[in-house]
Design a protein around this ligand. Structure first.
Ligand code: NAP
Length: 339
């Protein structure tokens, strides 16, 4: 059965997802799309020669009789509305992160999904689909380094635009670590602290960069993560898990080791889009397959909610300089077969 998809939001990632669904992946096709800027959606559909109609509103996409499942790639603040509408219509929905822009909004989605009685929501935390993170998880799950004790991470970006301000180091950047480390360690967080080292002169006005986020898990694992978004030298993702009998590192992206001009070197990517590009394909292909099977295998609404609560705690910790507890109810049994 070919899954008929409706896409809401045809900006950067919406267009990328539609292209991969149409040209690279199998088992689904886009039949309806919408963007708040309808002219832009229409221009994109024409340019790509999509066999899909552009409709007036996101709600129309959700309610269309020929749409089996929904992909939400619109602006973050609109996600909650479209995910709730999809649940109300009983349709599976893939929602790009964030699930909602507040923890309260994410909780409303969790509650609506539980009331509906079947999992429908998957959140676009694509690092879980990255071959490197999957390899690292396999090593940890096999017990190759014993129990994990500490995690050292870095999320570095050469630069960010002027409109990257305020708490975006947490909500846009570190949020990927928040999700992937929970999944990697099979654990939840209990506290957060944020330390602000000396600020780089390359940070634009209003942004303190870098920061160090410290998280503690239920099992007592300590995570330190550097978030440095004006580092200049590359889009550099590091993750080392230290266990009782060894340390395991996230593999570096493949690059030809070069010996030239008196130096031995490998490339560091500069563009974030390239770093996890393959994981988006895997993520959506697996979502298509699980949706056809009527289940959710990826990051759930509960994971989206946990990420929102953790992000809020990190933001509070950054403002106060204090250790902020992360208190959240135990995961409902409804989400038990998933993390
Ligand atoms: P973008 O280029 O700004 O695209 C968002 C699109 O949604 C824009 O065309 C916007 O129209 C449209 N839109 C806004 N409100 C809408 C509404 N109510 N109904 C329909 N369309 C609406 O942003 P993006 O980079 O594609 O990001 C979209 C989402 O994906 C964000 O939540 C972002 O965090 C997430 N994302 C995730 C990843 C990842 O790695 N998982 C990567 C990139 C983005 P206007 O421009 O006219 O407002």
């Amino acid at each position: 059965m070919t899954l008929r998809l409706g896409v809401i939001g045809t900006g950067a990632i919406g267009q990328d997802h539609i292209r991969r669904i149409t040209h690279k992946l199998s088992g689904a096709r886009v039949v309806a799309l919408n963007d708040i800027n309808k002219a832009q959606a229409r221009a994109f559909a024409t340019q790509e020669r999509l066999d899909a109609r552009v409709v007036d509103t996101g709600k129309e996409v959700v309610d269309a009789a020929d749409v089996d499942a929904v992909v939400v790639t619109s602006w973050g603040p609109s996600h909650e509305e479209f995910v709730l509408a999809s649940i109300a219509a009983g349709k599976p929905v893939f929602c790009e992160k964030p699930l909602a822009i507040t923890a309260a909004g994410a909780l409303r989605i969790v509650e609506a999904e539980m009331k509906h009685g079947r999992m429908l929501v998957q959140v676009g935390f694509m690092r879980r689909y990255d071959a490197g993170y999957r390899a690292l998880k396999k090593v940890l799950d096999a017990g190759a380094i014993g129990d994990a004790l500490m995690v050292h991470c870095a999320h570095r970006n050469p630069s960010v635009p002027e409109n990257y301000t305020g708490d975006m180091a947490i909500t846009d950047t570190f949020v990927h670590e928040i999700d992937v480390l929970r999944w990697l360690l099979d654990d939840d967080y209990v506290s957060a602290q944020v330390i602000a080292p000396r600020c780089t002169r390359h940070a634009h006005a209003g942004l303190h960069d870098p920061i160090i986020v410290l998280l503690e898990t239920r099992k007592g694992i300590r995570i330190d993560a550097e978030v440095f978004v004006a580092c200049r030298f590359g889009y550099d993702i590091q993750c080392q898990v230290v266990g009782e009998t060894g340390a395991a590192n996230l593999p570096e992206p493949q690059s030809v080791p070069l010996r030239s001009a008196g130096r031995a070197s490998t490339e560091i990517l500069m563009d974030w889009k390239q770093r996890f590009i393959d994981s988006y394909d895997v993520e959506l292909q697996e979502w298509i397959a699980s949706t056809q099977a009527g289940v959710v295998h990826g990051p759930t609404a509960w994971d989206g909610y946990f990420a929102a609560v953790t992000a809020d705690a990190c933001i509070a910790a950054r403002r106060s300089g204090q250790v902020v507890p992360i208190s959240i109810a135990d995961r409902p049994a409804f989400y038990d077969n998933k993390r």
